[in-house]
Write a new protein. Structure first.
Length: 547
């Protein structure tokens, strides 16, 4: 057949003109709805092409929030490609969306593909009707009783952390706090939820750790995929586009099958997460049969990735800040030592709960560095904004700028300042409840909050009671990446050693040790320790370690 180039060019030209007109019509959506908005440009709307990201979804959403706020708008609209995005600014409206009118916003509108990519069908991604029963079954795993029963396991992992710190102190004198934190939290999640001894300290490149790292790895390919999944979810579903790398899916599916088989074939019966998943898979122990093997493996993957990276980033930000403020660090250390002393020299669950100043520091770190900087909801039925004539249509994506709210001087004056007093009981009480959104809000918030806080506080108590940390390079400035789904230190996530806060370790038996915190060269921030005599370390360990 003869190729008629003029016809092809003509058809293409018509297609492009139609697309431009379609885009222009689409970009009038918020005008038609009489909603204030930011001007969009063809074809990306207000966001960026995935291969040339300068600011990323989070920073752009924060900029839009700031623009609306400055103009006194309570909300406004934007576009990602041709898709309208609704951005609330007013905190009462945010509260309606998260809590009071949750029934209109039960989903995040995340892409998943149960057929091609069964592990993507997990609690975080699934839609409201599937989500509710699963969440109801999973939530009790985080009850106070369960947390207390997991505490000794967390402490065992803390014991391994203490040994690793001492080893690093003696051998190199510094460490990457993010790497150390990720090893520790992977060990904790493995032990508490999957009855696994992961041993990341002894074997830092084990398969689980390697795949978990890859999960958060950035790159153009991944950016393009996320862009496609967000912009054309139906087409992606049709084409069987994968959310999770096949290698990771295969690893988790195989590993989890082995773990399930082992537990099912043994006589061991524990009341833990693993057993809960087995019961939901088999319909045993009065549980409805509601998960396939792959879906159960998907929940395992979610627990690992939701639990380890968030908490290790939290540790990174805390130590970056207290590495620069020795007074604050001393105050935390004193509190830790006081609580341990009160509890017969032991780190107990109650001792950890009593470390309230530490909680303030931790919370302020998560205020200044919100690990999930944008929260998402999907409008599942038409929603009339209270007191206004505007209706947010079913299918509209809602983006809540956590970063914008956390850095809004109306709620947090001098937002760049790190000030744990912002979270004193009185100051907390005086603020709107939706000003702190690091763990999300409402029925679809993070169920792992208390566990995440507990594992991080145990690590911090263990790290602070005997050691002091200072920045290696005082001029180091922590750069954050806009390209990751999480707010993370800039650099290649797969190579933690090149982009993380490094900390130097100083044994600190009697508060009088010299310390120096140095950041490593090449954009590394390290906490560094100074070296006490061997005797001091031994005495220190024998006084405070109770394992
Ligand atoms: C510092 C630690 C953590 C932070 C900052 C964090 C943050 C978040 C955020 C922002 C969300 C979304 C909430 C929303 O949309 O309203 C979320 C959801 C979730 N998180 Fe966490 N998280 C942390 C630790 C954990 C841990 C330790 C686990 C489990 C072991 C966990 C499991 C989950 C799950 C399962 C969801 C999905 C909930 C649902 O859709 O029903 N998280 N987390």
């Amino acid at each position: 057949m003869e190729i008629r180039w003029p016809d092809i060019f003509l058809s293409l030209g018509v297609l492009i003109v139609c697309l431009i007109y379609y885009g222009k019509w689409k970009y009038k959506y918020w005008i038609r709805k009489k909603v204030p908005h930011v001007e969009a440009s063809f074809p990306m709307g207000n966001y960026e092409v995935p291969w040339a990201i300068k600011q990323g979804l989070h920073q752009i959403t924060t900029n839009i929030y700031n623009e609306f706020k400055a103009k006194g708008y309570k909300y406004g609209g934007a576009y990602s490609f041709f898709r309208p995005m609704f951005i609330p600014v007013d905190l009462d409206l945010v509260k309606h969306i998260f809590i009071k009118d949750f029934q209109y916003f039960t989903e995040r509108g995340m892409y998943y593909n149960g057929k091609a990519d069964p592990l993507s069908e997990h609690l975080f991604n699934i839609e409201g009707t599937k989500w509710k029963p699963l969440r109801n079954h999973i939530s009790p795993i985080f009850s106070s009783g369960k947390l207390k029963s997991m505490f000794s396991t967390v402490l065992d992992c803390g014991n391994d952390l203490a040994k690793q710190i001492e080893k690093l102190r003696v051998t190199q004198g510094y460490m990457s706090i993010r790497e150390l934190g990720a090893h520790y939290t992977t060990n904790v999640i493995g032990a508490c939820f999957f009855d696994l001894k992961v041993n990341c300290f002894e074997n830092p490149t084990n398969e689980l750790r390697r795949h978990n790292r890859t999960f958060f790895k950035n790159g153009i390919g991944k950016a393009m995929r996320i862009f496609s999944l967000r912009s054309f979810p139906s087409l992606c579903k049709l084409l069987g586009v994968l959310v999770i790398d096949k290698e990771i899916t295969d690893f988790y599916a195989k590993a989890m099958k082995e773990i399930f088989d082992y537990r099912e074939s043994s006589d061991v019966k524990k009341k833990d997460f693993l057993q809960l998943l087995i019961d939901m898979k088999n319909g045993t122990n009065n549980k409805q049969k509601m998960l396939t093997l792959e879906q159960a493996a998907g929940q395992c993957l979610l627990f690992f990735v939701a639990g380890f990276e968030t908490s290790s980033l939290a540790m990174t930000y805390v130590f970056y800040e207290i590495g620069q403020d020795q007074e604050m660090q001393d105050k935390m250390r004193e509190e830790v030592r006081r609580a341990i002393k009160k509890h017969d020299g032991k780190i107990t669950y109650d001792a950890i709960m009593e470390m309230t100043y530490m909680t303030q520091v931790f919370t302020e770190a998560l205020r200044k560095y919100p690990i999930v900087p944008t929260l998402e909801r999907l409008t599942v039925k038409d929603y009339k904004i209270p007191g206004e004539d505007v209706v947010i249509e079913k299918g509209t994506k809602v983006l809540i700028s956590v970063q914008g709210i956390h850095h809004d001087p109306d709620y947090f004056p001098d937002p760049q300042k790190f000030d744990p007093e912002r979270f004193s009981p009185e100051n907390k009480q005086a603020r709107h409840p939706c000003t702190f959104l690091t763990f999300g809000e409402g029925p679809r918030n993070c169920p792992g909050i208390r566990f995440g806080v507990m594992q991080t506080k145990v690590a911090m108590a263990i790290m602070l009671k005997d050691y002091r940390y200072t920045l290696h390079d005082k001029s180091f400035k922590l750069n954050l990446t806009n390209k990751s789904q999480l707010l993370a230190p800039d650099g290649e996530v797969s190579n933690y050693l090149n982009n993380c806060v490094y900390i130097n370790i100083v044994s600190d038996f009697n508060f009088l040790c010299n310390y120096r915190l140095q950041f490593c060269k090449n954009n590394r921030s390290d906490l560094q320790f100074s070296y006490p005599s061997q005797d001091e370390t031994l005495i220190s360990n024998s006084v405070y370690y109770n394992y």
